[in-house]
Design a protein around this ligand. Structure first.
Ligand code: SF4
Length: 185
């Protein structure tokens, strides 16, 4: 649809005068894909960190943070995944939450991979165990990003809201995960 057609369409549907006036003559609308390139599947609103920059968990208002909760129903998640079968949509489990803390996490990932979908996961790595790493390699999870933002306690405190560096130990599992994946390739 070019700019003139868009104006006509807005006139037809009774779009506000100001809206049509705001569209410059040289405007070329961007194509809108039928599906997004990436779908964020918020499996559960939960996180084990309190990063100050986080728009959900960074608040100092403990009461409002405590009110953030919820888990996506399994049937709802499966219905959404079914709609993505046969597409090149990338599924990203949980945004502004820690995906590894979602209940029954292995089944959730199997649901994604059984449908032939590309899955990319961001995690802070704290809950990543050897067993989970082996599982992710086994199901051929497409990519895992482990966020490690500090190597000193003070920086870690500022960036992630905790100062216990030893808690990042499980992130070493990520390198094991990489070795396993390379071994299987
Ligand atoms: S790890 Fe991610 S979701 Fe959790 S508090 Fe930090 S930025 Fe927010």
């Amino acid at each position: 649809m070019n700019a003139n057609e868009m104006r006509q369409r807005l006139d037809e549907v009774g779009g506000p005068e100001s809206m049509t006036d705001e569209i410059p003559k040289h405007h070329v609308p961007l194509p809108v894909p039928r599906r997004p390139k990436r779908v964020l599947l918020d499996l559960a609103s939960v996180c084990n960190l309190r990063c100050p920059m986080c728009s959900v968990w960074g608040s100092e208002d403990e009461v409002s943070i405590d009110s953030v909760k919820g888990t996506m129903r399994v049937d709802a998640a499966r219905r959404l995944l079914d709609e993505m079968i046969g597409t090149d949509v990338m599924i990203q489990p949980s945004m502004w939450a820690e995906p590894l803390l979602a209940p029954d996490i292995r089944s959730r990932f199997i649901d994604m991979k059984q449908r032939g979908l590309t899955v990319a996961m961001n995690t802070n790595g704290l809950a990543l165990t050897d067993e989970l790493a082996a599982f992710f390699v086994e199901i051929k999870l497409d990519s895992v990003f482990v966020s490690i933002d500090a190597v000193t306690k003070s920086t870690l405190k500022r960036i992630r809201g905790i100062s216990k560096l030893y808690l990042l130990q499980p992130s070493r599992t990520a390198s094991k995960l990489g070795r396993r994946a390379a071994w299987r390739a």
